[in-house]
Write a protein that binds this ligand. Sequence first.
Ligand code: URA
Length: 485
Amino acid sequence: MQVVRLAHETDFDGWRQAARDLRARGVAPEAALWTVDGDNSLFRPADADLEEVAGSPPKPGPGATFSVPKAFVDLAGRAILHRSDERFALLYRLLWRLQDQPHLLRIASDPDVARAHDFASAVGRAAHKMKAFVRFRCAFDDQGEAYVAWFEPAHRVVAATAPFFARRYANQRFSILTPDLCVHWDRCDLTVTPGADPADAPREDALEDFWRTYYASIFNPARLKPKAMQREMPKMYWRNLPEAGLIPQLIAGAEARTTDMVRQAPSQPSRRVVKAALRNSRDAPYDGMAPTSLEEIAAGVDHCRRCDLWRDSTQGVTGEGPPRARLMFVGEQPGDQEDLAGRPFVGPAGQVFDRALEDAGVLRAETYVTNAVKHFKHELRGKRRIHQTPNPGEVAACRWWLDGERRLVRPRVIVMLGATAALAVTGKATPIAKTRGQALQLPDQAQGVVTYHPSYLLRVPDEAAKAAAYAMFVEDLRLAWKLAA
Ligand code: URA
């Protein structure tokens, strides 16, 4: 048996070096035992110790000159951050098998491949939650103001996620303290120190009040869905969130606030916007009728008669998200559930979209999500409403609203989800498979990224092809997020 002692729990370099060495010497996965050094020090050099425990040394194997695909290195780099004790051995087993099965990673149903992907996805979700739920509190030391947060991540994602916070809060000193390790940003460098005690995190200060006020102001009682809230903000994170204390109170007052909102809501859009909405001309220029706010667009969409799709749908579904989002997603049109809910991407395609956003580390709440066509085109089959693709005339008619959203939000990057979105944004037919995965320059200064539509990912019949398409989709989302940063 070969025992490998890695320097610490996320010692990827040590794991790679040891795995390469074991593989070159022909040590089978069953004969390797992976452990982490007792002192668990992240500050030791990352070279693993190999120790012979029993039996004669293995002979050099045929894997001496063996190389692995980059996709495996990426997958292993993420999966290794999972808390499972199994991860080092699982990854070594995959590495071992890759020599005889170079396309192993494409077999999504293989138990080892599936498990590694599950680990990587769980790690992606943990990183996503960390980006969403870390809350800083103001503290002072001899150098002045600094921000401190306490967080308990589900997996060991702290070091990997820290650069995100350094980019976002480049001008503030901060520390994120966790039981695994702590990261510190001094406006110049990120440093790492051993895990902290919860008592080190300051508890009360003005920043908490700020967060409470902010959270209460963005809370929309009309959209109160406690189960969905819990799914997005699992209870295990609540104790670190100052605003979580407000949740019971907000839920209790939701009904009265909804009634109040309905009473206060403007029921009619301006006459100018209604006039534009009723106009049946496709290429009407912005001759003084252009919507001047996203609220006007939302109201105008619901009055829209620029094509006939309004007749059979419940309501017009406008985009949603921060009014100055850097990243805009454009889908095709609302589906059955979106038509009923009045919100984009909340049905089955929305679930795939949300999962892929999480896997790509994209925060949906920071993006603007809309559709090329704002009414649901469908045909009735019995009681079921079956989706129909909008035709180019309907896409052209609805560009009035999409162009308005683009003009007002002015995103840095627009992601076109599928062919209809690409037609609406670029004005021409665009082959997705050939164009995806790259940044395109759009005339309005934004960059464009074309990718698959999430519904397409649900329809791919073959499991391996489906997994491959999903991976490319996630890659495209990651690219867009990076371009928008
Ligand atoms: N498909 C889309 O293109 N948009 C939605 O909002 C839902 C499904």
